[in-house]
Design a protein around this ligand. Structure first.
Ligand code: GDP
Ligand code: MG
Length: 734
């Protein structure tokens, strides 16, 4: 680490002035200056930074768009764009995925780097956490090498100050060749100045050019030689800075090598120059060229930190460290996770269902009242004259959709608690604590984060973003294994099925049963991962350093926004997909018509009834009758449909005198139902096929239909085996 932190001024620096108009210029058709930059109109700025540096907070605050502010990956994987203006300056912002580096090893990193290098934004805004400067600057160094105009948002400056860290921003700005603006992203401090600096850097003359890091004399000599050969290739330098290509080639970057082979007229010359350079570096240092270059980058970063950061010694052990020494402890840590999840489940039933704190009723009572009394009463008048329309409204809409919406209070409470946990930073700790356990089963820390996104904390999850979150995994095998087990987590859509059956058969043990289902989903997912690792995906695990963001006090607004977004998604799904599938199923249960008043006979006569009955000889081993089969088939579309369909079926059951009662009450009173059957149904719903949306995403993310099909088949077979076992044992016990 003897590297001079000051970049020398004498090594070749290819200004973008030498490159012809970039693709981005042509797209927008705006007049550009000699540096390939926008002269008028909106500037395009890419926001890059480490995960948890506060990118999303800054992006949201600047653009006013409500985007999820969460600590897990996957949320910013999709590229988000927004507009910001300040002091007459206009900037179009693109939120890149959060990454620690810009290698070609992970999809996220590739997405971020390709955007900067190929789309050539007018300026890159690098969000850097001041509380974790050293690690964050590693990315900065790599951005500098791409030679786009750069602005540093020194975020978390409040946190750094509290930790006694002082940063000399003026000096840092000189050393990096980029403006450094202190910000507090979640409270919008410094963002006006950030926009001004961003627009000015993009539009102004390149007085403060970003300088690439120097790798020291020996490496620089070799980089120069390769860069010279690269520079001869018109097609290459039109798209990439020659020096950047040279460094990447020496690092052994396969992606760039591929590009060179595609674009260069004499790729062989470049490759042989690269080989010579690598050999020279390796013989000089006795280490691989890739390692030497990475070391130099760290050296540069260490230098910057040494030059610009003053830390007051007394506040070294901060609050975050103190909490972490308990929460991340080898033994207390996992115990704490269990305690948190259990309390979560216990609390939601109290708040949403048991305490009559809302004008004499619980929130759940109110929703039930709305559907069972008010709405059912409204359509009751239709029954004598228009029985089919009444059946459609009463059974299909109120029974189906109402059955799903009845769980909104519970789900909303659950989402709110999980949002608090996410915003404090505790969710990242859960990942850290369980990482060790995961490795035993062939998964790794980042898989853990995907599983939490998928509902691994017991709530609020969805397998669709979870499958997308696997993009942060480097190894293809790690990715596929994670993708295939993530749908086993208890996502938000399975929860209403559990809640309905728990209310019917385990009313005195609500939190305990929900907790057991949570533990079971983990056991099954880990078991499945272990088996997949031993069979289909054998291979080495990749190491990964887990990062722990500092704790934050969640803001009320943040928690409410988060909760509302998810609740609204749930409600909207109930009103669209679930409603459509339920109506389809209602029709399948109502036709062909039979001239009878007996709902049970009609059901047996219908298409759905016949399909359900045909499956019964097999499914009865798990305790499922033809009506459960219909509901479970509907569940392939989305798991909420299971509750909806059961609502329709039991609303149709005219022979019962319990029309006005909720589904749970009806099932509890039905002699053909038992706790064993309920339990079997719950584990079946937990395990069986990912919903259609998840299957589509698995297909898209894995690139193959094969994996989507595999995910569907293996889970359904496994679900049946487990459910049948549970049912048979349950019956023996009674
Ligand atoms: P991203 O992963 O980079 O998109 O980071 P987020 O925007 O999701 O922020 C992660 C966490 O840090 C959230 O809980 C934010 O509220 C919080 N946060 C963001 N910026 C700041 C800041 O400047 N100071 C403090 N104390 N917290 C921040
Ligand atoms: Mg984010």
């Amino acid at each position: 680490m003897t590297e001079q932190p000051m970049p020398p001024h004498d090594h070749p620096y290819h200004d973008s002035a030498s490159s012809p108009p970039s693709p981005a210029n042509r797209q927008t058709g705006k007049p550009r200056g000699p540096h390939g930059r926008a002269r008028t109109g909106s500037v395009i700025a890419a926001i890059a930074g480490n995960p948890n540096s506060g990118k999303t907070s800054i992006f949201n605050n600047l653009t006013g768009m409500t985007q999820s502010v969460a600590n897990y990956p996957g949320v910013t994987v999709e590229r988000k764009t927004g507009h910001a203006s300040h002091g007459g300056r206009e900037v179009t912002l693109v939120d890149l995925p959060g990454t620690y580096s810009l290698t070609a090893y992970s999809l996220d990193e590739l997405i971020a780097r390709d955007f900067v290098i190929e789309s050539k934004p007018d300026v890159v805004v690098n969000v850097v956490s001041a509380a974790n400067l050293e690690r964050n600057l590693y990315l900065t160094v790599q951005l500098m090498e791409m030679q786009r105009p750069l602005v540093i948002a020194l975020n978390m400056s409040d946190l750094a100050r509290r930790q006694g860290i002082r940063i000399d921003t003026a000096k840092m700005s000189v050393l990096l060749g980029a403006p450094v603006i202190e910000t507090v992203g979640n409270r919008g401090i410094g963002l006006g100045a950030l926009i001004e600096a961003t627009a000015d850097t993009a539009l102004g003359p390149a007085t403060q050019a970003v300088r690439p890091v120097s790798y020291g004399h020996e490496v620089e000599t070799e980089v120069e030689k390769v860069a010279e050969v690269v520079a001869r290739e018109e097609a290459l330098v039109r798209r990439y800075p020659a020096r950047w290509v040279a460094v990447k080639l020496i690092e052994g970057d396969k992606q760039i090598l591929k590009k060179v082979r595609q674009l260069a007229s004499d790729a062989a010359a470049i490759e042989s120059a690269t080989q010579t350079a690598i050999a020279a570096i390796e013989s000089h240092f006795g280490e691989s060229a890739e390692i030497i270059i990475a070391e130099r980058r760290y050296g540069f970063v260490a230098g910057i930190v040494r030059e610009c950061v003053r830390s007051t010694a007394e506040s070294r052990q901060n609050l975050t460290d103190t909490i972490d020494s308990v929460v991340c402890h080898r033994i207390f840590g996992p115990a704490f996770v269990l305690a948190v999840v259990y309390s979560l489940f216990a609390a939601i039933f109290k708040v949403a269902d048991e305490w009559k704190w809302l004008f004499g009723k619980s929130p759940t009572d109110w929703v039930k009242w709305l559907f069972d009394d008010v709405l059912a009463g409204l359509v009751a008048g239709l029954e004598p004259d228009m029985p089919l329309l009444h059946s459609l409204l009463h059974d299909g809409v109120i029974g189906g959709v109402g059955g799903v919406l009845a769980f909104v209070p519970l789900i909303a409470t659950l989402f709110a608690f999980v949002a608090v946990l996410e915003d404090t930073g505790y969710v990242a700790r859960v990942a850290f604590v369980l990482d060790r356990l995961l490795r035993v089963f062939g998964l790794q820390g980042k898989s853990m984060l995907a599983m939490i996104v998928g509902g691994g904390l017991g709530a609020g999850g969805c397998a669709v973003p979870a499958v997308m979150a696997t993009r942060t995994l480097r190894e293809e095998k790690d990715r596929l294994v994670t993708m295939l087990v993530v749908p086993l987590m208890n996502c938000g859509a399975k929860i209403p099925v559990y809640l309905m059956l728990i209310a019917a058969f385990f009313a005195s043990h609500k939190p305990q049963i929900l907790f057991s289902l949570w533990a079971a989903s983990w056991a099954i997912a880990l078991g499945a991962a272990w088996v997949l690792r031993k069979t289909v995906f054998r291979g080495e695990q990749t190491p990964f350093v887990m990062e722990l963001p500092a704790y934050h006090m969640p803001t009320l607004r943040g928690v409410l926004t988060h909760t509302w977004e998810r609740v609204w998604q749930y409600i909207r799904k109930a009103g669209t997909v679930i409603l459509a599938v339920n109506l389809l199923i209602w029709a399948a249960m109502s036709f062909p018509r039979l001239n009878t008043a007996d709902g049970a006979d009609q059901l047996r006569h219908s298409i759905a009834g016949r399909i359900g009955s045909a499956m019964e000889p097999v499914t009865r081993y798990a305790g499922f009758d033809s009506r459960d089969n219909i509901a479970l088939i509907g569940g392939f579309a989305a798991k909420e449909v299971v509750v909806g369909t059961m609502g329709i079926i039991h609303a149709k059951d005219d022979s019962s005198a319990r029309r006005a009662e909720g589904l749970s009450a009806k099932l509890a009173a039905d002699p053909s139902w038992s706790a064993a059957r309920a339990l079997a149904l719950m584990v079946f719903v937990m395990i069986y096929s990912p919903c259609s949306a998840t299957l589509m995403v698995i297909r898209r993310e894995s690139g193959k239909w094969r994996w989507a099909l595999f995910a569907m088949v293996y889970t359904t077979v496994l679900a049946f085996i487990v459910a049948a076992t549970v049912y048979q044992i349950g019956r023996l016990i009674g």
